[in-house]
Each structure stands twice: as structure tokens, then as C-alpha cells.
Design a protein around this ligand. Structure first.
Ligand code: NAP
Length: 283
């Protein structure tokens, strides 16, 4: 039976640390502030944004929410970001993705100044992650690393297999594991003999976006299994990319969905916002 890695407990520990540091920072007259932009009515995005606002409140941050209508133009969105780039009370800016199809996500990401890019999506911050000298942590992968650290799971020399190569999860995840001396393989939809590759993994990270995709035959006995996926089933329930019931008896550690990687992502975002506030104030 696998040990459950509890994202709720670990994220609470990270957030408690951020809240404590924020209290000290406020004594110096600096309050971290996070601006969150949401365009349109995507229900999942609304839930994520509400969770981010709640976390800001818990941290003692200022939070600024901009809920824009679905028909917002590219020019309007860029103008708002440019205004927020200059606003002193705003330490971090994030634009909830995905955006409606008529808006250019790349342009939006590139418009946020790197110093306020708390999602770490700007090419400058992505490049820094690549060379291992970064200010902002890529939120979800860094949350995974925090979980491994909390459980004292050593990465050095381990076979680490990631399913998924997105810019948000798979690619930065591979970099962070590599920086910690893992032997990293990144799989994707064109990978041949996927199960053969994943069965090599001492640490398996699933970031596919398909419910119950990882089955027991894809997992080595005793593997650490990290499930990044968040999928909504027809009955409305959330479920990961890993078939938990099948895989759990084989794994040594496993993350649940919900209550696994999800809360860690927000905790890292809070950490990044605090870092941004400190840097912008020379602290
Ligand atoms: P994404 O951009 O859709 O990427 C999915 C990746 O999975 C792609 O690289 C794709 O390969 C690969 N893939 C798809 N089908 C495959 C198959 N049959 N075999 C092997 N690889 C396959 O998704 P994402 O943004 O990385 O997110 C992945 C999941 O994590 C989603 O469920 C998302 O909701 C969740 N997520 C959770 C958090 C959190 O906080 N927990 C944060 C972000 C995302 P190709 O590149 O070849 O198409």
C-alpha cells in the first residue's frame, strides 16, 4: 500500500511560511499584491481564480481581480496589463488561461513584465529556469518538488519519467528534476511503447489531461507516482490522470486528486508573489 502524499498538509506548511514572512514584510511597509485577470465565463477558471483570491487573503496579500467579459479585445487586455505593469501596489500579475480563442495568449504572456510574472511563463523566466538560476518557480512543477522534498524522496540518480511536455507542466518539470540530478525522460503523444518507458520510472509524473490514463501495467512496483491531472468526470467529480485504485497498491508513494498537486500550485504562486514584492522593494 502506498503512502499518500497530502497536498493539503504540505501546501498549508508552505503557505504558513509565506504568511509569516508577509507579516514581517508588512512591518517594513511592503504588502505583496496579486492581480488576477480572468476573461470570460469558463467555470473551471472561475474556481481557480476564487481559490487564488482566497489564498491571497489568507497570506495577508492585497488582491486585485479583473473579471473581463468574453468579448474583451486584444487591445483592451494588453492595455490593462500595461497599466498593472506600472502599478506599484501590484507585485504579481497573472492572466488565467485558457483565454477565449480570439485572444493571443503568447502576446499576453510576453506583455507581463518578467519582474511581475509570478506564473513564470514569460520567456525570460522560462530561460532562467532552464539554466537553473531563477527568481520565480514554475508553480505546478515546483509544487511537485516541494512534495518530494517534504517526503524526503531522493531524486539523485533516479529514473524520472514525465508524461506530458506542455510549457506549463511537463517541460519545466523535467528541468527541475534534472537540476536535482534525476535521469529524466519526457513522454508525449508520439512516444512509442509508452508503458515500456513509464515502467522504468522510479518517479512517474503524469500530466496528460486524460482521466485514469495511467494504469497499473504502466507502473513499476514501488514507484513514486505524482498525478498532476485534473479531469472532470461526467458525474461532476474530479479525477486525476492516474487510475488511483489500480496504481495505489503498486506504488510506494502516490498523490491523490483532489488534494494532491492542485493545492501545491497555489502555494507556489503565493511564494512567487512574496518574492516579487521583496525584489521590487530591494529586500
Ligand atoms: P496539455 O498542454 O494538454 O499537455 C498534455 C500533454 O500530454 C501533451 O504534451 C500531450 O502530448 C500529452 N499526451 C496527450 N495524450 C497522450 C498520450 N496518449 N500519450 C502520451 N502523452 C499524451 O496539458 P497541461 O496543461 O500540461 O495539463 C495536463 C493536466 O494537468 C491537465 O489535466 C491539467 O488540468 C492538469 N494541470 C493541473 C495543475 C495543478 O495545479 N494540479 C496545473 C496545470 C495543469 P503532445 O505534446 O504530443 O500533444
Amino acid at each position: 500500500m502506498a503512502k499518500l502524499i497530502d497536498g493539503k498538509i504540505i501546501s498549508a506548511a508552505v503557505k504558513a511560511e509565506v504568511a509569516k514572512e508577509t507579516e514581517e514584510l508588512k512591518k517594513k511597509g511592503v504588502t505583496p499584491g496579486l492581480a488576477v485577470i480572468i476573461v470570460g465565463e469558463d467555470p473551471a477558471s472561475k474556481v481557480y481564480v476564487a481559490n487564488k483570491e482566497k489564498a491571497c487573503e489568507q497570506m495577508g496579500f492585497a488582491s486585485f481581480k479583473y473579471a473581463l467579459p468574453e468579448n474583451t479585445t486584444q487591445e483592451e487586455l494588453i492595455a490593462l496589463i500595461e497599466e498593472l505593469n506600472l502599478k506599484k501596489e501590484v507585485s504579481g500579475i497573472l492572466c488565467q488561461l485558457p483565454l477565449p480563442k480570439h485572444l493571443n495568449e503568447e502576446l499576453v504572456i510576453n506583455t507581463i513584465v518578467p519582474e511581475k510574472d509570478v506564473d513564470a511563463f514569460h520567456p525570460q523566466n522560462v530561460g532562467k529556469i532552464m539554466i537553473g538560476e531563477f527568481d520565480f518557480l514554475p508553480c505546478t512543477p515546483a509544487g511537485v518538488m516541494e512534495m518530494l522534498k517534504y517526503e524526503n524522496i531522493d531524486i539523485t540518480g533516479k529514473e524520472c519519467v514525465i508524461i506530458g511536455r506542455s510549457n506549463i507542466v511537463g517541460k519545466p518539470m523535467s528541468m527541475l528534476l534534472l537540476h536535482k540530478n534525476g535521469t529524466v525522460t519526457v513522454c508525449h503523444s508520439r512516444t512509442k511503447n509508452l508503458a515500456e518507458v513509464t515502467r522504468r520510472a522510479d518517479i512517474l509524473v503524469a500530466a496528460v489531461g486524460r482521466a485514469n490514463f495511467v494504469t497499473a501495467d504502466m507502473v513499476k512496483e514501488g514507484a513514486v507516482v505524482i498525478d498532476v491531472g485534473i479531469n472532470r468526470l461526467e458525474n461532476g467529480k474530479l479525477c486525476g490522470d492516474v487510475n488511483f485504485a489500480e496504481v495505489e497498491p503498486k506504488a510506494s508513494y502516490i498523490t491523490p486528486v483532489p488534494g494532491g498537486v492542485g493545492p501545491m500550485t497555489i502555494a507556489t504562486l503565493m511564494k512567487n508573489t512574496l518574492t516579487a514584492a521583496k525584489k521590487q522593494n530591494g529586500i
